[in-house]
Design a binder for this molecule. Structure first.
Ligand SMILES: [Zn+2]
Ligand SMILES: [Zn+2]
Length: 207
């Protein structure tokens, strides 16, 4: 990834491999987040260093997560030895189900996710796991009004900032979230939403 001698396309695929190993916002939303935070231009040649910035942000967050995950694993081993086999509730944030978790919208609409730097998100999630109750949305800290999303027979309450599910549909069923923007993964991967100056493409999604 850091090897500047490799072709940019190869380094870009290496970034994908890194994201498959660790993606706090889910695979596609984490990539989308990094395109914005690291300002990865649509044409990679316009700023080859952007890939380095992206992988560094990811790495910084991964180190924090690994430390907490190792702590958790040690704690679970001790609990099992003491005869407590049931998984504690709440599950650690990195074991959330992508279908059931309050972050599920990020998997269905990769444009929706917190704008926090990944390490900030990991710090926040670790703190919540340790019993902290920070104000606002648990994911992004937004304290604004909730957004209602209709399921046809009820409402889901979402965070305005990041679409975290603050209150699920009262029927108790899971509902598929319909993305606001029509997208293809190919379009996201090729950064149709970005310009060559590393800023969001002002003509996207129309052009
Ligand atoms: Zn939020
Ligand atoms: Zn429902």
């Amino acid at each position: 990834m850091h090897d500047a001698r490799l072709p940019l396309r190869r380094r870009h695929s290496a970034l994908r491999t890194c994201i498959t190993l660790f993606a706090p916002y889910g695979f596609r939303a984490t990539y989308h987040h990094l395109t914005l935070s690291a300002a990865i231009p649509r044409r990679l040649e316009a700023d080859p260093d952007a890939l380095v910035r992206a992988v560094e942000e990811l790495y910084e967050a991964r180190v924090l997560w690994l430390a907490r995950a190792e702590e958790y694993a040690a704690q679970r081993r001790a609990e099992k030895q003491a005869g407590r086999r049931a998984v504690p509730n709440p599950r650690p944030w990195w074991l959330r189900s992508r279908w059931d978790g309050p972050d599920r919208v990020w998997h269905q609409d990769p444009f929706r996710h917190p704008s926090l730097r990944l390490s900030e998100y990991v710090r926040r999630q670790n703190a919540i796991l340790d019993g902290a109750e920070p104000p606002g949305c648990p994911a992004c800290g937004d304290e604004g009004l909730r957004v209602l999303s209709s399921t046809g027979h009820g409402w889901i309450e979402l965070c305005r900032g990041c679409a975290w599910v603050l209150a699920p549909c009262p029927c108790g069923q899971r509902h598929r979230f319909v993305p606001e923007t029509l997208f293809t993964w190919k379009g996201i991967w090729q950064r149709a939403h970005m310009s060559d100056d590393g800023m969001p493409n002002p003509h996207w999604p129309a052009g």
